[in-house]
Write a protein that binds this ligand. Structure first.
Ligand code: LLP
Length: 404
């Protein structure tokens, strides 16, 4: 099986299932997972796939079958993981800004929980304090990540309990005799600089001595993948070396062994996913040649929301002469995927592919403009399988109440 899907196969899938269409290659997901396992071998480590990147239950099932655990950020992600057959002891729920009742529900499900506010920590202590182990999400006050929108560990971020509140945290823990077995950080997404990653890790390691029952150090996700040729990416081998060294040093200082947890989202599924779209119209203007597609930011919001770069290839005319295009969507708003982009000559009806669309692609899709969300296809064992059908008008009407 191959980690890349050929253009011929993608074209066949576009014609078989129609466009826009998300396609996921499980072989690539497997390769990514394996490379993490290899890099961190020798360390007691667990990988929790951050399911918010892509929650299709077939993908969850597949990733679980590789041996990975699942990280959830909402009670519904947790329920989807359970529905996909993931046992509770392989699920982690890292909450943020949620009502305590949702934590109670997660607790009833028997999953591991990381709590991210002092008030919910207090409520957990009061209700389950002495009986249930729990984790704490810390905010390390470190700025890291691809851009401000996806940086979560800095001193203006809503995420986690600021590490400068250590005294308050310890007061709550002592008051309710809580068992804190996990400390968690997630500093941001697309952290390419290993030294920034380690800076946040070291903030957490620096307070482990205050938690005598600590068993796991959850270092979150955020590994950067390449979006184009020669693009910067997280050096996973270097990261593994540094994490192993820090854990060994900690062991020397404290005589304690910790399990290390990670929560990779993009790293697992970004490169495995493609979005296929058809060119509806070409429009020559003085500013640009627009290629207008049968998709828009309703299906892939990352370029408009984060300024993200997605490589776009014309697989219908791969050897055509390169020309400059503005690639835009069909949404009744400005939805520019790329401006002034060199792409093999585009003709109407051509099929374009957006690379690296597996993470936060379909997952952030909406029905804006009352358009249907795309279908999703998974390539498993060399075979294509429809894992979500395209929306229909019934889906748009499903929750609307009919008045008489
Ligand atoms: N763990 C926690 C607690 C998180 O909040 C996240 C992502 C992850 C793990 C996984 O991060 P990753 O490995 O995927 O970078 N929609 C944005 C990314 C937002 C990430 C939110 N949290 C994007 O498309 O760039």
């Amino acid at each position: 099986m191959k980690e890349t899907i050929t253009s011929e196969i993608l074209l066949e899938l576009a014609s078989k299932y129609g466009t826009p269409l998300y396609v996921y290659n499980t072989e690539k997901i497997k390769g990514q997972y394996q490379s993490l396992i290899n890099a961190f071998s020798g360390l007691p480590v667990r990988f929790f796939y951050a399911s918010k990147a892509l929650t299709n239950i077939h993908i969850l099932k597949f990733i679980h079958s590789l041996g990975a655990s699942i990280d959830c950020s909402s009670i519904n992600e947790l329920k989807l993981a359970r529905y996909a057959g993931v046992p509770a002891d392989k699920i982690l729920y890292t909450s943020n800004s949620i009502h305590f009742s949702e934590i109670e529900e997660a607790q009833r499900e028997g999953v591991s929980i990381n709590i991210d506010s002092l008030s919910n920590l207090e409520k957990f202590g009061e209700k389950f304090g002495h009986s249930s182990p729990v984790g704490i999400r810390l905010r390390p006050n470190v700025m890291a990540g691809g851009n401000l929108k996806i940086s979560t560990g800095h001193d203006k971020s809503k995420f986690g309990i600021p590490v400068d509140k250590l005294e308050e945290i310890l007061n709550v823990v002592q008051k309710y005799k809580m068992h804190i077995t996990v400390l968690h950080i997630h500093t941001g997404s697309e952290i390419s600089d290993v030294s920034m990653f380690m800076k946040a890790v070291n903030v957490m390691l620096g307070i482990t001595q205050y938690f005598p029952e600590l068993q796991c150090l959850d270092l979150g996700g955020g590994f950067k993948v390449p979006y184009k040729e020669n693009d910067v990416q997280t050096d996973i081998a270097l990261l593994a070396t540094e994490v192993k060294q820090s854990i060994a040093d900690l062991k020397k200082r404290q005589g304690r062994n910790f399990e290390v947890w990670f929560e990779p989202g993009k790293y697992m599924v970004s490169e495995a996913g493609s979005l296929l779209a058809k060119v509806n119209v070409l429009k020559e203007t003085t500013a640009a040649t627009f290629a207008g597609l049968d998709t828009g930011f309703n299906h892939l919001i990352r370029p408009m929301f984060y300024g993200s770069y997605h490589q776009i290839d014309n697989i219908s005319n791969p050897t055509g002469a390169k020309k400059k295009y503005a690639v835009v969507g069909n949404i009744c708003e400005t939805d520019t995927f790329a401006w002034d982009r060199d792409i093999s000559e585009i003709r109407e009806e051509d099929i374009l592919v957006f690379r690296n669309a597996g993470a936060y692609g379909f997952e952030m899709a909406s029905n804006f403009n009352s358009r249907f969300r795309p279908a999703e296809v998974m390539i498993f064992d060399g075979k294509d399988e429809l894992i979500r059908r395209r929306d229909t008008l019934d889906d748009l009407l499903r929750n609307q109440l009919v008045t008489t």
